[in-house]
Design a binder for this molecule. Structure first.
Ligand code: S3P
Length: 178
């Protein structure tokens, strides 16, 4: 078995609109693993939407909650697929935790694909205002933020099941490598 297959967590990182939550669900189904979503867990615990936390308590407080939840999910003994929010990679502490506990998969997508995928969703506080400008500006700020992942899959031209299959193939090849 190769190094990456020793972990009991698969962690999906990537910019907003790259399909993290849907792919996590698909992977969980295919592997028979649990599926956990950091943002959904924050919402569940605080009984508020992400937008409301940003609005009333600010992004910094959201980032604290994000680190707390991420750490707890990663430290749990269960085997699980974990979907993170697009900004969960911004803190070094979070990046170290992810690398310590799991196989980290970066889902990427072209800017125009991201814009079209998120355009009907008003729940993302960081994308309020001029959507195109916001996406390009954040993509630029984060251009190397996801580079620490073990694997990158460009989802621009793929369906969710295709992304899932692609990851499972990489996973199986890694298991059969050594
Ligand atoms: C954020 C991404 C969102 C959510 C929050 C902040 C970001 O998650 O965590 O709005 O900083 O990129 P998704 O990537 O699931 O949209």
């Amino acid at each position: 078995m190769s190094k990456i297959s020793h972990h009991n967590k698969i962690i999906l990182i990537g910019f907003m609109g790259t399909g993290k939550s849907s792919v996590a669900e698909g992977l969980a189904q295919a592997l028979g693993w649990d599926y956990m979503d950091v943002d959904a867990e924050i919402v569940r615990r605080s009984s508020r939407s992400i937008a409301s936390i940003f609005e009333t308590e600010g992004e910094q407080r959201f980032r604290q909650l994000e680190t707390e939840v991420l750490q707890q999910l990663l430290e749990s003994a269960d085997t699980a697929i974990i979907a993170t929010g697009g900004g969960a990679v911004l803190k070094e502490e979070n990046r170290q935790l992810m690398l310590q506990y799991g196989l980290v998969i970066h889902l990427s997508a072209a800017a125009d694909v991201i814009i079209s995928r998120v355009s009907r969703d008003t729940g993302r506080p960081l994308l309020q205002g001029d959507l195109t400008k916001r996406v390009y500006s954040l993509l630029d700020q984060r251009k190397t933020a996801y580079d620490f992942a073990h694997i990158e899959v460009d989802t621009s031209l793929l369906t969710i099941p295709q992304v899932v299959t692609n990851i499972l193939e990489t996973w199986h090849n890694a298991n059969n490598d050594t």
